[in-house]
Design a protein around this ligand. Structure first.
Ligand SMILES: [Zn+2]
Length: 256
C-alpha cells in the first residue's frame, strides 16, 4: 500500500503549486489517486503498491529478502517481455518453475505478490514445468537487466542498489538461482582399489547457466556466504565439499 511518506510527498508537491499531472509524473502515483488525495485529504490510503523505483527519490524494493530471491529466479530462468499494445508499456515477468521441486512454485508466487501486491499472478502448465507470470508496467524498473535476446548474449550487470540488496541477502539470491537453474543431487564416483571397484556417493550442488556474468554473480554470492565452489565446466558452478554442501543446505535446502 502507499505509505504515508509517499502521500505526504504528494501533498507537499500539490501545496507547492504543482499540477496533478506533474505530481503524478514525479511520484509515479496515478493522476486519479493524486486527484482523490487532493480533493479528499482524509481519503483512505488505497491498497495499491507504488513502484519504489519510480518514486521521486527511488527506494529499495521491499521486502529485500523476497526481492533477492526473485532476482535469483529471474536471472536463472525468468523472462520479461512486452505484452499487448506497446504504447501501454505493460510487461510480463515469466518464471519457469520445475514441477519436481516441492514448494518452489508457492515460494515464487509469494515473492511476486510481496514485491507487486496488486498484480495478478497466473500459473500456466508447461512441459515438465509451470510458468508463473505477472503483468506490470514496472518490471523493467525492478529488473533493469531486462533486454532483447537471451541473457548470455548480453551484458548482465547489477545496478548499485541491487548490489546493496544482494550484499545484505546473498543467501536469498543463491536460493533463487539454485531453484531456477540449479540442482542438488547425488554424485557417484568410482575408485578402483585393490583390484575391485568402490563407489562413493556424496551430495553436491550444480548451477548451470550460459551467461558468464550470471555465473560470476552466483560465485560472488557464494563467496559472501563462505561456501567453497569451483567451475566444473565452463557453464557450471559446482559446490561439492562436504562442509560447503552442508552450509549451502542451510540457505537452499536439500532437494531430490
Ligand atoms: Zn516503476
Amino acid at each position: 500500500m502507499y505509505d504515508v511518506t509517499i502521500r505526504e510527498r504528494v501533498r507537499n508537491l500539490l501545496d507547492s503549486g504543482e499540477t496533478i499531472s506533474a505530481v503524478s509524473r514525479h511520484t509515479g502515483i496515478s493522476r486519479s489517486t493524486v486527484r482523490a488525495w487532493r480533493e479528499r485529504p482524509d481519503h483512505p490510503v488505497r491498497r495499491v503498491a507504488s513502484c519504489p523505483r519510480c518514486l521521486e527519490v527511488p527506494e529499495l524494493p521491499a521486502p529485500p529478502d523476497k526481492y533477492a530471491y526473485l532476482l535469483g529466479l529471474y536471472l536463472g530462468d525468468g523472462y520479461i517481455s512486452s505484452i499487448g499494445d506497446p504504447s501501454k508499456q505493460v510487461w510480463s515477468l515469466r518464471i519457469m518453475c520445475a514441477d519436481t521441486w516441492p514448494g518452489l512454485q508457492e515460494e515464487c508466487i509469494k515473492a511476486l505478490i510481496s514485491i507487486r501486491p496488486d498484480n495478478k499472478v497466473r500459473m500456466l502448465p508447461r512441459q515438465g514445468c509451470t510458468e508463473i507470470n505477472s503483468f506490470s508496467k514496472h518490471w523493467p524498473h525492478l529488473f533493469p537487466q531486462h533486454g532483447s535476446g537471451k541473457k548470455h548474449t548480453r551484458l548482465i550487470e547489477l545496478e548499485t542498489w541491487q548490489r546493496q540488496i544482494v550484499a545484505a541477502n546473498p543467501g536469498h539470491l543463491v536460493r533463487g538461482l539454485m531453484h531456477s537453474d540449479g540442482y542438488r543431487g547425488i554424485n557417484r564416483v568410482r575408485h578402483h582399489l585393490n583390484g575391485s571397484d568402490h563407489w562413493y556417493e556424496y551430495p553436491r550442488y550444480l548451477f548451470v547457466n550460459e551467461s558468464r556474468d550470471i555465473l560470476a554473480l552466483c560465485g560472488e554470492a557464494l563467496d559472501m556466504l563462505g561456501v567453497a565452489w569451483r567451475y566444473s565446466k565452463p557453464n557450471t558452478i559446482s559446490v561439492a565439499k562436504r562442509a560447503a554442501v552442508e552450509r549451502l543446505d542451510g540457505f537452499v535446502g536439500p532437494k531430490y
